[in-house]
Design a protein around this ligand. Structure first.
Ligand code: IPE
Ligand code: IPE
Ligand code: MG
Length: 261
């Protein structure tokens, strides 16, 4: 069995640091931001790239080790053709424009999702960016593109069965987890969704099991350093119990085992 370097929140009690080690963000509200300004929806996507740049910089400053952002969901193909094609072009353009800066800042880039339907030019660009930054160690930036939480679980199930073979007694969480697309990272400590909707929209369904959820009405193009700090401050005010009582948390109950008596 492959052992992951991180504690699963359902199998043990992960260490909770003051600064979230992993922040996952649904960057929502671009279209509404543009519409409010009587601009086409896609202008909001273009502006959203500036927010992402500022959030990456702030995460670097604050010592966040993993930043994962939802850029395009497996359901976003349902949008008008023109908008989908604009988003693809924006992805190419932004990768080209930002990859050097990402590399210079010692950030490791990964793109996670089903890349099969993307143009070869985009897939090659992603491969080049990942290869260029593969040795970087300051922060892990993961872009979820054509990603869905259910897709992730199903592709992991396929890989798990291929690796473990049919098993009489069934499989365990630890058999599946190493095959998930984000198995290189700990589970998110803090989940943020901008744009006012209070739903998960098929993002990181497995990994959000015990993440602290933060929803804000701010639209993604309005989200920057101050808004990220407000989210981190909210996180810092919470008590992460992972199933235990508050008294146990304050008393420093054993955090190593699975919790079984
Ligand atoms: C999020 O903004 C970006 C993507 C889904 C690609 P939206 O485009 O969903 O913006 P709203 O929610 O319509 O305002
Ligand atoms: C979620 O936003 C996906 C991304 C931000 C990439 P959506 O705008 O697609 O979510 P719904 O449709 O409102 O749930
Ligand atoms: Mg939306």
């Amino acid at each position: 069995m492959v052992r992951l370097p991180f504690t699963s929140s359902t199998r043990g009690v992960p260490e909770a640091a003051q600064v979230p080690r992993h922040i996952a963000i649904i960057m929502d509200g671009n279209g509404r931001w543009a519409r409010k300004r009587l601009m086409p929806r896609v202008a909001g996507h273009a502006k959203g790239v500036d927010s992402l740049r500022e959030v990456i910089r702030t995460c670097l400053d604050r010592g966040v080790e993993y930043l994962t952002v939802f850029a395009f969901s497996s359901e976003n193909w349902r949008r008008p053709k023109d908008e989908v094609s604009f988003l693809m072009q924006l992805f190419v353009k932004s990768l080209k424009a930002e990859i050097e800066r990402i590399h210079r800042n010692n950030i490791r880039l990964r793109v996670v999702g089903d890349l099969a339907p993307f143009d070869k030019a985009l897939v090659d660009l992603i491969g080049d960016g990942e290869a260029l930054t593969a040795g970087n160690t300051k922060m892990n930036l993961t872009i979820c593109a054509n990603y869905g939480g259910r897709w992730d679980i199903m592709q992991a199930v396929d890989k798990m069965i291929a690796a473990c073979g049919p098993r009489e007694g069934g499989y365990a969480e630890d058999d599946l987890a190493p095959h998930l697309a984000l198995s290189f990272s700990p589970e998110p400590d803090l989940f943020i969704r901008t744009g006012g909707e209070t739903r998960i929209s098929n993002f990181m369904l497995w990994q959000l099991a015990y993440s602290e959820l933060y929803f804000t009405d701010k639209l993604w193009p309005e989200f920057g350093e101050a808004e990220l700090d407000a989210a981190i401050a909210s996180y810092q005010g919470r008590e992460r119990r992972f199933g235990r009582t508050s008294e146990q948390v304050v008393g420093g109950a054993d955090s190593s085992g699975s919790g079984h008596a």
